[in-house]
Design a protein around this ligand. Structure first.
Ligand SMILES: [Zn+2]
Length: 261
């Protein structure tokens, strides 16, 4: 009896991971619709998805996340146009994000809090990469989500979160003012919202990591001649990735920083 029970447990964990992975793929598939349609001001629900080259309506076999892309070898069934790499990538990243949150939080309330926050940041990042903007309504959604959690199920003080918002937004506002347009309004608002979500003092970890990541990628792009000096880089992805690192390893980094510097 005992042996059978032990044998059964790992399978439940495995089934849970498969379930989360598939759920992540489906959410990622919808995220692709948001990334494409929101900046173009197209309704998110209708009309149904169509090929962006030949405008043929996609049928059920074309709509399975990741699987359809692999079966079609990355090309439209009707016109053979290349499906942008962003589609399978966002689906896969969203699935991995759910698995990462589950590995760290289990199915505690924080799983839902951070899975949704990081999922939203994934959408924001890809909109910023493709369009160079961060839609206000997504930043507002992020802030409302964080405020609701702060009020209903806090994992830090309200003072700490508010200070995070002021420091994050303030630092970016200062940089925008000093660099005269080197930092967009969307970046300032996003940093303020993320400052609230991380709170004091982890807002510094997000701030420093984002600049570190931005500098490293910027140097690689300059050396690889993909960008020239003075080109702007969308900063949303760096902020989002810095936030992800701070969610999972922020306190560790902060303690290391206090200890060695
Ligand atoms: Zn097509």
């Amino acid at each position: 009896m005992k042996k059978g029970f032990c044998y059964f447990l790992p399978n439940i964990k495995f089934i849970m991971r498969i379930f989360l992975f598939v759920t992540g793929l489906i959410i990622g598939s919808f995220s692709n619709v948001v990334i494409y349609r929101l900046p173009r001001k197209i309704s998110l629900v209708s009309p149904g998805s169509a090929c962006c080259y030949c405008n043929n309506k996609l049928q059920v076999p074309d709509l399975f996340p990741l699987i359809s892309f692999l079966l079609l070898r990355g090309r439209c069934r009707y016109c053979g146009g290349r499906i942008p790499w962003r589609y399978p990538l966002v689906e896969l990243l969203m699935a991995l994000l759910l698995l990462l949150c589950h590995a760290y939080f289990g199915l505690s309330p924080f799983f839902y809090k951070y899975a949704a926050t990081l999922g939203l940041l994934l959408i924001i990042s890809f909109i910023d990469i493709e369009h160079g903007i961060i839609p206000n309504r997504l930043i507002l959604l992020l802030l409302v989500w964080s405020v609701a959690w702060q009020l209903l199920y806090p994992d830090g003080s309200l003072e700490g979160a508010s200070l995070g918002l002021l420091v994050g937004g303030g630092l970016f506002y200062l940089i925008a003012a000093l660099s005269k347009g080197g930092m967009g309004g969307g970046d300032i608002k996003l940093m303020a919202a993320l400052g609230f979500a991380t709170g004091w003092p982890l807002v510094f970890v997000v701030f420093l990591l984002a600049f570190l990541l931005g500098s490293v990628v910027g140097i690689f792009l300059l050396v690889g001649r993909r960008k020239i000096w003075g080109d702007s880089l969308p900063f949303g992805p760096f902020l989002s990735f810095a936030f992800l690192i701070s969610v999972f390893w922020g306190p560790l980094i902060w303690n290391w920083y206090l200890f060695y510097l």
